[in-house]
Design a protein around this ligand. Sequence first.
Ligand code: GLN
Length: 398
Amino acid sequence: MNPADRLAGQSRLPNVKTTIFAVMSQMAARHGAINLSQGFPDFECPARLRQLAAEAMAAGHNQYAPMPGLPALRERIAEKVGDMYGAGVDMDTEITVTSGATEALFVAIQTVVRPGDEVIVFDPAYDSYQPAVELAGGRCVHLPLGAPDYAIDFDALADAVGPNTRLVIVNSPHNPSGSALSPADLERLEQVLARSDAFVLSDEVYEHIVFDGLAHQSLLRSESLRARSFVVSSFGKTYHTTGWKVGYCIAPPTMTSEFRKIHQYVTFSISTPMQHAIAQFMADPSFHLELPDFYQAKRDHFRGALDDTAWDLMPCRGTYFQLLGYRRIGNLPDVEMAEWLTREVGVACIPVSVFNADGNDESILRFCFAKGDRTLDAAAEKLRAVGKELHPPDRTCR
Ligand code: GLN
């Protein structure tokens, strides 16, 4: 057998398949379904931002950017977190620009996790965490967040944190559930971790998509949490530019310097013209300050269109995802229900069980509402027929 033929049997990630986001987006395309599965806007990013990117290219900003990120962009990020979270962050020693949040999450995990270490993750969990932990030789300890509130059980966390706990990964606002940490949650997290040496990785990519007047509880608000945290965000979510793949990681100087040792050999640096464009666009904070209202209107539009149906609307405090329960509609496993909806109803979504390490299935699906109103209306019209004219097959008859 040649080495290539042997490789599947020697996989570094034997349990990993193609991500559900790619699978469902491909399935939506194949069946011509409205794609509310993978999280990305179907509308344009701001015209001025596109113009700034074009101008940056025309002005010759087309060679490598500095490894930690363009100084102008790091300066804007430091200003923003100062204004929003009262955090005094040093742009030279604490901020690194990354290839989306995905690179920041991966590098932060490689920076601290060693073979045999335990990493606490809360399920349902974003799918990139566990493979990165496994590649570092660590082991995930999964704690459940229960429907419908998906709040952290801090007593369970306190019981789970032990001498082998190297890292705790939190995500607020939370994908897929739309839950968000409260000020009391931050205090509880501080208390639980006070006796531990664990680091924290805080995935805050939806920091500017928080609803109902709530303030985003960045871990940067807490001095004691900040001192042990990698705080990660993404311009993809904030500026409707998921395809640009620009994000960043904020961490104390010693953590940042270790983080950069790995970052420099993963990507070295991030697209120069995009960094120029974002830095200039950020000089005016109005876009991200208006984002909560923009997405809250979409959330309310989508929810309003599904009121008085058999779908169970779960709470949504942030992100651009709405969970819908279907216990009153049918009893298919959620993966089959998502496939049936894509194929027969024409709306693609994400089954929540795939975010649970134990596959726990509570008959809940995730729908992305980062879409134009016409797309949302067309999807809602199809979904309204489910449980009325359209019924999923019965699991017991299969
Ligand atoms: N974060 C996006 C989601 O939750 C998808 C990102 C991806 O496709 N890797 O849908």
